[in-house]
Design a protein around this ligand. Structure first.
Ligand code: PEP
Ligand code: CO
Length: 467
């Protein structure tokens, strides 16, 4: 798309000293973008997207920024989770509601154990684009463009299926709208009501090894609710409402650009395709197109921080993304790997703390712990995920900083993609129910176990601090 298609009267820079607009990223090197065969069709699709309704509002975005600012101060805890990649085929009521059930169960465990409100952010309603390590994939001497997520092309190894098709963006926008619509209706209709936690039971779970601990917690919460209601003589209505926010990796810039809008009576530009876009590790270069695009948004921003980032580089990136040191504006999502976090994280924590940068730190214990098994599966060991979460808490405590949340890849489906956990899944189990086209996800039990271990770890640390 060329700049002339933007409504020029609305081109207002966010800061007086910069020349940002939704397409200014085009002057920078843009990594991980597909090569569309037909540029005119791409422009046509963008023009269609630009006039479609947004998926979220600026009010919700501001509320989330406020909640993230609270998490930064230790008054809330952020739970961000969902699929590695959503797929068009799995935009079904079961998949959406099962994912919501797992996130609600985890957040109840966290609220109950940490005595803190939880900010719930789904990796959904737009998580359709994936960064890849190579542009092409070769099988039996045949080389095709790599699969980049359903918003770009299709996963099957077939020449036609792999051609990037811009019309898939329209479909991704529609699927995202259906997902967010269903989530909002469930929540508004009372699905998240703490008076009815049975809504969140997954029918296939059966006798989970964690069921007793979870049910005990639910009974305690129910007793506390009834006690309060008896005292006050009325129902506590707030218990049937929770906020849910959406997030995705804003990787495919032509799509994100088309959903970047101005709204009446607010200054600046919003990405109205999601509440909380994040920048992936592979596209976080300071002079790259993604940073240029993100810096002009008024949304709260996430940034993945990998083990090769130096303190200096991180400072410079923070300067670009949060030059005014606004609370809630920037969430740093570290994803180091269980074997690396102990050396890679402390220098970054020190640098950010010493400079007085206001950020929310959260841990992604998934992406630094991916490996391949002998039988050819991409997997993650639960023990490594657990270890990275526990180390993250300890390292923050030692550095005088705060771990304010976690970022997880999980699903409500009965999959076997990560090894270990309460049922101690083995490599043989992976063959049973491995469904991910991209990264391996925690299943229901593994997710609940992570929530429980966060609670244990945090109470152990606060006991130690009181001694
Ligand atoms: C992801 O979150 O799916 C991802 C690709 O992460 P990262 O950018 O941290 O590798
Ligand atoms: Co992933």
């Amino acid at each position: 798309m060329s700049e002339r298609q933007l409504p020029s009267a609305r081109l207002r820079p966010v800061r007086a000293d910069t020349a940002w607009h939704p397409a200014s990223w085009r002057a920078r090197p843009a990594l991980q973008q597909p090569v569309y065969p037909d540029a005119a069709e791409l422009e046509q699709v963008q023009a269609e997207l630009r006039v479609l309704p947004p998926l979220v509002t600026s009010w919700e975005i501001h509320n989330l920024t406020q909640q993230l600012a609270d998490a930064q101060e230790g008054r809330r805890f952020l739970l961000q989770g969902g699929d590695c990649a959503e797929s068009f085929a799995e935009c079904t009521p079961e998949v959406i509601s099962n994912r919501l059930k797992v996130l609600l169960q985890m957040s109840v465990v966290l609220v109950h154990g940490m005595r803190l409100p939880v900010v719930r952010v789904g990796r959904f309603a737009g998580q359709y684009a994936k960064p890849r390590s190579a542009d092409t994939e070769t099988r039996d001497g045949v080389t095709l463009p790599v699969y980049r997520g359903d918003i770009v092309n299709q996963p099957q190894f077939d020449a036609d299926a792999r051609i990037p098709d811009p019309r898939r963006m329209i479909k991704a926008h529609a699927r995202s709208a259906m997902t967010i619509n269903f989530v909002r209706s469930l929540i508004d209709g009372g699905f998240a009501d703490l008076h009815h936690p049975e809504n969140w039971n997954l029918h296939w779970v059966g006798a989970s090894p964690l069921a007793d601990e979870y049910q005990l917690m639910i009974r305690e919460i129910g007793d506390a609710l009834r006690f309060m209601e008896t005292l006050s003589g009325s129902q506590i209505h707030d218990m049937n409402r929770v906020d849910f926010y959406t997030s995705h990796e804003a990787l495919l810039l032509p799509y994100e650009e088309a959903l970047t809008r101005q709204v009446p009576r607010q200054h600046g530009w919003y990405n109205l395709g999601t509440h909380f876009p994040w920048i992936g590790m592979r596209t976080a270069a300071r002079d790259g197109a993604h940073l240029e695009y993100f810096r002009g948004l008024r949304n709260p921003l996430g940034l993945k921080v990998g083990p090769s980032v130096t303190p200096d580089e991180l400072r410079r990136v923070i300067d670009v993304l949060n030059p005014d040191n606004e609370p809630g504006r920037l969430t740093l999502i570290h994803r180091m790997g269980a074997g690396t976090i102990g050396t890679a994280l402390p220098p970054l924590l020190d640098a950010v703390r010493r400079d007085g940068r206001r950020v929310l730190w959260i841990a992604d214990p998934m992406h630094g712990n991916t490996e391949s098994t002998a039988n050819g599966y991409k997997t993650r060991r639960f023990d490594n995920i657990r270890s990275e979460v526990e180390q993250a808490f300890d390292l923050h405590a030692a550095a005088g900083t705060r771990l304010g949340g976690v970022h997880l890849e999980l699903t409500g489906e009965d999959v076997t993609e990560c090894l270990g956990g309460a049922r101690d899944l083995t490599e043989r189990d992976l063959e049973r129910a491995y469904r991910s086209h991209v990264d391996p996800r925690l299943n229901y039990e593994q997710s609940l176990e992570i929530a429980m271990l966060i609670v244990r770890k945090q109470s152990q640390l606060s006991r130690a601090a009181q001694m």
